[in-house]
Design a protein around this ligand. Sequence first.
Ligand code: MG
Length: 314
Amino acid sequence: MFRDKLPSKVTIYEVGPRDGLQNEARQVPTVDKIAFIDALSETGLEHIEITSFVSPKWIPQLADASEVARRVARRDSVHFSALVPNRRGLDNAVASGMREVAVFVSASETHNKKNVNKTIADTLKAFELVVGPALERGMRVRAYLSTVFGCPYEGEVDAGATVHLTTTLRDMGVYQVSLSDTIGVANPSQVERVLERVLAEVPIEHIAVHFHDTQGTALANCLASLTLGITTIDSAVGGLGGCPYAPGASGNLATEDVVSMLHAMGVETGVDLERLIECSRLATTFVGHDLPSKYLKAHMGKQARRRRRAEKES
Ligand code: MG
């Protein structure tokens, strides 16, 4: 049975403030982002990716990266990280007090080219200007490997490319590579196939998984990963990043969905689900629409029924 293969504790890597908000149509006010991140810091989450130091020309939603990074309340128990695409991004992150950064590259050539206008080889070369200097400063560096389970332009992606890129990133000194299903097409069998290939070459503690719930398979993919020994899962509170008004937009796996499933199975996360839900509700107020999280919907439905019952009885 798979329950014998589950870890006792899973680390949640919260990406809502970055991966979530960068994909929201609405420009969220800086003050709301800060309050949101501060609230997330009180849920027991140990890792929160708070913003991205990319050019505002690329992602206007995160043009306030420096201000957000400077003004969020720092806690010893929480590692904040920020995405950086290049040396300038790293310098801005350092100037804003960041101690952890993340770099990103795609496993498929066409997606990488469309995303950062460089070949994969040139992207890796450019990392030398980011990863080395960050490590020299004593910072932690994480990497996202995008389109591992499918590319919008090339379709299925060769697992050999994922293995090669993961080992290359590890050799650079990246502490963890997050294997990402950028367009949300992965299925559990494929996850098992790819992870087995990667784990034959890379120690498991250096691998995380990042699923999108575009086709409703994110939790199943997480379960497949956990049974193979993976203990770090990326997710975004509320399933932020999947705007229901943008057809086909792919939402991140919702943090409360995976946390509630893990807790129900007896797997610890250290996250307070009630406080997490409050963060989700806070997010709905500033993104301007309902969030795709199933747990949040069920929770709100239960509360509404309780309210109606109480009104009838009074
Ligand atoms: Mg994502």
